[in-house]
Design a protein around this ligand. Sequence first.
Ligand code: GDP
Ligand code: IMO
Ligand code: MG
Length: 427
Amino acid sequence: MGTIVVVGTQWGDEGKGKITDILAEKAGLVVRFQGGNNAGHTIVIEDKTYKLHLIPSGVFNPGTISIIGNGLVIDPEVLINEIKGLEIQGIDTSCIKISDRAHVIMPYHRRLDTLEEEKRQIKIGTTKRGIGPAYFDKISRTGIRIGELINPEEFSLRLKTVLESKNEIFEKIYGVESMNFEEIFEEYSQYALLLKDKVADTSILIDQAVEQGESVLFEGAQGVMLDIDHGTYPFVTSSNPTAGAVCVGAGIGPGRIDKVVGVVKAYTTRVGEGPFSTELFGELADSLREAGGEYGTTTGRPRRIGWMDAVVMRHARRLNALTHLAITKLDVLSGLPTVKICTGYELDGKVIKEWPASLGVLEKCKPIYEEMEGWTQDLSKIDRYEDFPPQAIAYVKRIEELANVPVSIVSVGPGRNQTKFLEEISF
Ligand code: GDP
Ligand code: IMO
Ligand code: MG
């Protein structure tokens, strides 16, 4: 009984999907609360690999209700294909519920995402899934919500008005063809029919579950450094991947949150453009990329690689009030003679420990590294954490100290059984 939030503490792809799947074993409900299909969460169960973009990673636990909360932007075609894909593999999808207040990603959002990115002098490197333009419409009150999509009259009326202004933008600003109302209306009405039965007021479902003593797990997408407020703006996504967003994005009050698990990769990766203080280049980056399979789950782009950054970890601890850490991919660092952790930045002869808001200031910051002894053993094959080489244990301890959050999970492979619980994380 209780609630746990899982969030990414770096630039996404920390292994949130894997950790969510494991914690979901004891959850009655698993809820996504922000983002969209820019997310790519990988879950490995025995010899099968599943990649989810919109459906919560708890869906593999029979009986668990999977909720797609109001804070998401949903591409209905992607969601339908994801549901079909799971069904083909024998996964029960009858427990999926979609918030009537979530916003719909429309074809003009995807098109605008590409056009805007092409026009930008300095690229963000978005996933081109229409995420930014859909959130833009939500905030400017011209979005279409799932509840409207499944009501043909309302949908027709909303689409007509919105499409008119989008077509003006396409023709006058970008000089491209306008989009056809009938085509979009017809296509999206089909999606509405397929999704209708899953649509609900999900805030009520979550509230009832908590009242009845059920355990609820909230699964974040992206990571704190991609947060629209607290990340490396403007090189961020258009939502808040931090724990505070659970309240608005799932429709619950702050008092409902009990624990927050920060997922942290044993090194750092980033996809897309933007600052990355501890970034590595050359052979070392390439070998870690290969060892860690660091290619985007959603776009397949090679991920940028760097050392662990404790400045980022402190930022993540404070903004999420982290109660536990789950370190993933420790196995990938095996074989390095030494490993480095950035403990702070040097700025004009002074040491700074907190992430600066200004990218101009950040550019002048030089990472200060602490170098630790590496280890050679293959961690993925060691059963007990106590039997890990002392250098690997020392590395975990140092992250715990610098982040000032207890490490409760150490993951050494994509599989469920490659997970060491240093302490239980109970609901
Ligand atoms: P998410 O977006 O945070 O869910 O992470 P992704 O699924 O995009 O990327 C994490 C990748 O690392 C996936 O391919 C996982 O299967 C894999 N993974 C997760 N934990 C571990 C681990 O401890 N070791 C290794 N080698 N791979 C892991
Ligand atoms: P998960 O949940 C890593 C990045 C994109 C780009 C920026 C903005 O799998 O950790 P967007 O399409 O959101 O407007 O792109 O954010 N990005 C991610 N990077 N993991 C993700 O999700 C991401 N979702 C978005 O690469 O730099
Ligand atoms: Mg991912």
